[in-house]
Design a protein around this ligand. Sequence first.
Ligand code: 13P
Length: 252
Amino acid sequence: MNQKLIAGNWKMNGSLSFNQALVGALRAGLQSPAACRIAVCVPAPYLSQLAELLKGSPIDLGAQDVSSHDAGAYTGEVCAAMLREFGVRYATVGHSERRQYHGETDAVVADKVRLALASGITPIVCVGETLAQRESEQTEAVVKRQLAAVIHANGHCISEIVVAYEPVWAIGTGRTATPAQAQQVHGVLRAQLKAATEQADRMPILYGGSMNAANAAELLGQPDIDGGLIGGASLKAADFLAIIAAAGRLAA
Ligand code: 13P
């Protein structure tokens, strides 16, 4: 079995002192070697601080977005090549908060994925339905449409992405998808990837949405759940470590 991938999405949280304390506690609590892959996706201004703090640790550095342009007159944007200079290995792309508050379309997300891959950054491509979409039985159609745009624009490189299924109604709400609900959608996404690449079985499909220390083991135990993308619980060292430990036990 592939090692699980546990990625923290700090969102717009942190400070120089908070980051230092959190990474210190994570490093102190991690087993060596780590039994799963670990990453933290941090706000852009902290990338250089985190690059230093994570040196020599098993935790990879991630960003939370990447521009859909490669350089030029795009005020406020950060391109993939810049992220790469700070040792960024992963970037979340198309998070529902970016789709919702920043108007990111499937086409923009697909471009961002293409440029991340071109710079050697692994995009963590987020897909997921709203509560209204779930209640009107559009979940499959929505996640398939979101992933199809990325597959279409990225051809054979698609095997290099990570997918994260994040039901919008489960993000930050304390309301988690049941393991069966999550597995069902992960199965749909796996089948879609299989139609696009022979590598689909080794591609990580993460679950995100109120994953925490108490529910991680059961979610991560599902056959098509290859890891987690964790928001709130990634800001608490003990909780994030417990999720990492749960992932490690499953790989053992
Ligand atoms: P929570 O874990 O806080 O629900 O956030 C999930 C998420 O959006 C991760 O990208």
